[in-house]
Design a protein around this ligand. Structure first.
Ligand SMILES: Cc1ncc(COP(=O)(O)O)c(C=O)c1O
Length: 398
């Protein structure tokens, strides 16, 4: 392939652009993971992740694995063969988690839905109320469905579980929301939060996380699903001194320490406001093109990505190909049943107003180049919004 000048625009909804500071932090000699320096690093990243999860009471496990590993860890540490789990079909990733639970020998009740809305707290409450003998042991929800750009309202799901008076554990996948969108492990009463390194945390793929409530830890004592690599007990026991039960991904942990520093410097609230601002500007662009945002309910708009529906008769993957070839910009593909019907614009991680404008300009030019009939108001509308935000910094999150 011929060299392409300038930086590639990696605007898929993760993995995201890794900032130079994080790349430099990773590019450092690997240290002895049993030596004295390592414990300092381990303790600091564990404490930093607790701050990001907003958990004072929870324990954190860091795995050298992709997000899928942390999904498995959440299930095998807390449940026993044949246990019933309630999950909600918000999209491709919720479906994969449900399939995993089934493969592990759990009995999954999957509430079917059309992917354009988040998990419905009322439907969850109704199902839990009907479970009078409390056979359901866990409720699993994806906070930000990366395949659609639709958010589930976790605080409301918690209230629904409480209203039903049900003891099920609440497990939440925050792989594409953590460090991009407001998330509160303790306050929302989440028992296991699942996260990954390659999105809001601005790292390459390769680390994943569980944040674990005292209730989930207690459940782990009697859970009988087989586990060894994923077992929390040794992970947490070693973590007390900043070490790991097996070889950790040392250089990714250097990167994590730097990413946590960057999040601290900007402040989590400012990070969330920035993501919201870019999401709103993107939705204005989509409407300015005369296209449709996939998420239907404004309360459930994702701040980390936007799903864009194609007009009938136009293939989203062809548009993505045209955009990649012409402008060196990667966009997310439509997954499974959305293949060819939509593309996804990732606007998460290390990203600013002008990288967003470059992205939106690439999309607008590419839509025209691919012969999709769109209006050319997208870029000006987004630009107008970002200018207004810049004039009134206090309203930048609005
Ligand atoms: C919401 C969500 N859950 C789970 C996964 C699976 O994570 P991984 O591909 O890192 O194993 C992804 C990946 O993009 C995701 O976006």
């Amino acid at each position: 392939m011929p060299r392409r000048a300038g930086r590639h625009f990696l605007q898929i909804p993760g993995p995201t652009n890794v900032p130079d500071r994080v790349l430099r932090a990773i590019d450092f000699p690997t240290m002895d993971h049993r030596g004295p320096e390592f414990g300092v690093l381990g303790k600091s990243v564990l404490a930093g992740m607790k701050r990001v999860f907003k958990s004072a009471q929870g324990e954190v496990a860091i795995y050298p694995a992709s997000g899928t590993g942390a999904w498995e860890a959440a299930l095998v540490n807390t449940l026993s063969p044949g246990d019933r789990v309630l999950m909600y079909e918000t999209g491709h990733f919720a479906t994969l988690w449900q399939k995993m639970a089934t493969k592990l020998g759990l009995e999954v009740e999957f509430i079917a839905a059309d992917w354009r809305r988040g998990a419905d707290p009322e439907a969850i409450e109704k199902r839990l109320r009907a479970d009078t003998d409390k056979r359901i042991k866990a409720v699993g929800v994806v906070h930000n469905e990366t395949s659609t750009g639709v958010v589930s309202r976790i605080a409301e799901v918690r209230r629904a579980i409480d209203a039903a008076g049900h003891p099920a554990l609440l497990m939440v996948d925050t792989i594409s929301s953590l460090a991009s969108m407001d998330y509160r492990h303790d306050e929302w009463g989440v028992d296991v939060t699942v996260a990954g390194s390659q999105k809001g945390l601005m790292l390459p793929p390769g680390l994943s996380f569980n944040c674990i409530s005292p209730k989930a830890l207690a459940a782990a004592k009697s859970a009988r699903l087989p586990r060894s690599y994923w077992a929390w007990d040794e992970m947490i026991a070693n973590g007390k001194t900043g070490y790991f039960p097996y070889t950790p991904a040392t250089n990714l942990l250097y990167g994590l320490a730097e990413a946590l520093k960057m999040l601290d410097e900007e402040g989590l609230d400012a990070v969330f406001a920035r993501h919201q601002r870019h999401a709103e500007a993107t939705r204005r662009a989509v409407r300015g093109w005369g296209l449709e945002v996939f998420a239907l309910d404004p309360r459930e708009y994702s701040a980390s990505l936007t799903g864009v529906l194609m007009p009938a008769g136009h293939d989203a993957d062809r548009v993505r190909k045209v955009i990649l070839e012409a402008f060196d910009l990667s966009l997310g593909t439509g997954l499974t049943k959305l293949g060819g019907k939509m593309f996804r614009i990732g606007h998460l991680g290390d990203f600013n107003d002008l990288t967003l404008m470059g992205t939106l300009a690439g999309v607008e030019m590419g839509l025209e180049l691919a012969g999709v009939p769109v209006k050319k108001d997208g870029v000006p509308d987004a630009m107008q919004y970002l200018s207004e935000c810049a004039k009134a910094p206090a309203r930048r999150a609005a």
